[in-house]
Design a protein around this ligand. Structure first.
Ligand code: MG
Length: 319
């Protein structure tokens, strides 16, 4: 058993960006009540982590040193280790109080699936709506089954302003064939969905900001949508794992997932066989069957043809 000598304290001084990142990192361990002048308080594996607005973070308990070591050394002015720099440490990082703001969140589904469309949703969640959404079960959709997602999506879709864009396979393949990257396609759709939602919010002054579930670095996102109409003139934030940063992204993600699953079901009916999600070897098998039954051209309206699965399926179909 570990004795009292293992109890330790460590103090770090971190940047605002690191504070945000830490708050996300400890998202599921947050204490309900954070003491005054703190950004958050969390308890993980017996270690209490208290982050102050000053940027000081206190780690208390057995293993505190090691836990603090994830974020930097406890020398107040030392530069953080390179490994602590994350893709979402940039000037578009959401502020520490993002969870208290009324936000338009956007997310997409289907980009890694060979079969089926890409669905993009932007959704507005106001402060007033947050508790209701939580009661309805809105959380990170990665922790929800498709059945749960469908039930929640049906409840929330009528109560939050949102825009759902479905990019069907033919259109996707057309854009891809014209030389558009998937990243650019995504960026254009996110921008479009955000534009749509702004128009649906009755009082646009209510919107405190936009949070995009980060799929490219912000500089690239803005390069992709350069010259396009951008109705949102306020603050835009980018964060990876945006679902855990704000309910608006979680809600957008749930509606996008629901739409994807529904479209996928329709597509399976159209194909006359159960299509598979993802892009693994089972997907190749199904695609080969589809080629045998409907011909190679059919792939254009069922799949993202530029995926490597196309060649594999063609080879399988020839056997
Ligand atoms: Mg995403």
């Amino acid at each position: 058993m570990k004795g009292a000598s293992h109890l330790s304290n460590a103090v770090l001084k971190v940047t605002n960006q690191t504070l945000n990142k830490m708050k996300n990192h400890y998202g599921s361990f947050l204490k309900d009540k954070a003491p005054p002048s703190t950004v958050f308080a969390a308890k993980k594996d017996g270690i209490t982590i208290t982050a102050y607005q000053s940027g000081k973070v206190l780690f208390q308990g057995s293993g505190a040193d090691k836990e603090a070591g994830i974020w930097g050394s406890s020398e107040p002015k030392s530069t953080p280790k390179k490994t602590t720099r994350a893709v979402d440490q940039h000037s578009w990082a959401p502020p520490a109080n993002i969870k208290e703001l009324s936000i338009i969140g956007s997310d997409e589904v289907g980009t890694g699936d060979y079969f089926g469309p890409m669905t993009v949703v932007a959704a507005f969640v106001s402060r007033e709506n947050m508790n209701r959404l939580k009661m309805l079960g809105v959380k990170d959709s990665k922790n929800l089954t498709d059945t749960q997602i469908s039930a929640i999506a049906k409840e929330i879709a009528p109560i939050i302003p949102h825009s759902l864009l479905v990019l069907h396979n033919e259109k996707y393949n057309d854009l891809q064939a014209k030389g558009m990257t998937q990243g650019k396609i995504k960026a254009l759709l996110h921008n479009q969905a955000i534009n749509h939602v702004i128009k649906k919010v009755k009082n646009a002054d209510e919107i405190n900001g936009v949070l995009i579930d980060q799929f490219v670095v912000p500089e690239t996102y803005y390069r992709h949508i350069k010259g396009k109409q951008q109705d949102w003139k306020g603050k835009t934030y980018f964060a990876t794992k945006g679902e855990s940063v704000h309910l608006a992204v979680a809600a957008a993600s749930i509606i996008a997932r629901y739409a994807f699953v529904e479209e996928f079901r329709k597509l399976s009916e159209k194909a006359g066989m159960e299509l598979k999600k993802g892009a693994g070897s089972q997907v190749d098998q199904v695609a080969a069957r589809l080629i045998k039954q409907k011909g190679e051209e059919a792939l254009y309206s069922f799949t993202k043809v530029h995926f490597g699965n196309t060649d594999k399926a063609k080879r399988l179909a020839q056997r």
